[in-house]
Each structure stands twice: as C-alpha cells, then as structure tokens.
Design a protein around this ligand. Sequence first.
Ligand code: XMP
Ligand code: MG
Length: 179
Amino acid sequence: MLNDIQEVLYGANQIQQKVKELGQTISREFEGRNPLVICVLKGAFIFMADLVKEITIPLEIDFMAVSSYGQSTKTSGVVKIMKDLDAPVQGREILIVEDIIDSGLTLSYLIDVLERRNAKSVTLVTLFDKPAGRKVELEADYKGFVLPDAFVVGYGLDYAEHYRNLPFIGILKPEVYEK
Ligand code: XMP
Ligand code: MG
C-alpha cells in the first residue's frame, strides 16, 4: 500500500494540528447555535470523527452519502444521493463536513438540496481544497489545506475504495490508476 504513494503531503501530526484549529474556530463561530453537523460519506468519515472531538459546544450529527466519481479519478458531474439524512433540516444551522473540494459539483449540489429544504444556514468546512479543479464557483467557509491538482489518498480518501486507512494524505502514483 505504501509503495503506491508518490509523495506524502501532510503527515498525521500536521493534520491533527490543523483539525484542532478548525475545531476551535468552529466552536467560537457556532456558540449557542446547536448546529447539525453533516458528514459527507464516505471520504469525510475520519475528518468528521476527529473534528467533532475538537468542537466544544453542543451539536448533533448526521450522515449523507453522495456519489459522483464511481471508480475513476475524475468527476462525472452527476451527483446522486446514496444515503439521505435521518432528520429534517428545516430551520437548522447546518455545518457540512467534506474531505476535499475539487470541481465543486458535489458540494454545490448538496448546498442546493439543503437550501431547498429550508435550512436556516449552511456553512461548509473542508479539510482539503484543490482550487485548480473548480468547474463551478464555490468557496469553503473553513478549509484546512490547499492541495496541488493531483489525485490524493489517505485520511479517509480513497482510490477505488482503497487507501482510506492511511493516516496521512499523499499523492497516489499515477501508474496505479493509469493501468
Ligand atoms: P468535486 O469534484 O465534486 O469532488 O468537488 C468532491 C468529491 O470528489 C472526490 N475527490 C477525491 N477523492 N482523491 C480522492 O480520493 C482526490 O484527489 C479527490 N478529489 C476529489 C471526493 O470524494 C470528494 O468528496
Ligand atoms: Mg471518493
């Protein structure tokens, strides 16, 4: 598995430090607002778990699974809800937790869905951002690291469902997916 990594971009400690800072900022911002924190599965599951432990105010959590990539490394542009939220979002202050924003298509679709369901507010936190890949205008309210335009894996992110368990974020060797 480690043989497939071309370069480690951020190690476990660097990620942990960043997640802590994000948690502190979010705790201040959402004081008294009881946000509904939504994890975008599957990629954000590790970030979500680490982030909520750094948030010191009352909150609720829910999960949503969307799919746009299939088994490729490029977005299809088609977003599908594979698992919807359990609870209604009407009148709620939403914090969407995403692993990575690339084209922006997944998130702009999700934000649209939540606004149509009359969420009171929708705030977006992403651990990783690849601004070079944007196809629609979208900016996260909070972000961890800005990444180069390369396909990355680890810390929840996969290629064909593998590598999610790597504790760091790294660039996948292109020969792994160009085979
Ligand atoms: P979009 O293009 O809609 O993409 O902003 C968001 C989703 O695409 C996946 N994604 C990646 N997954 N390495 C991954 O493992 C990457 O470099 C990468 N770039 C985008 C991810 O699932 C994200 O939620
Ligand atoms: Mg993925």
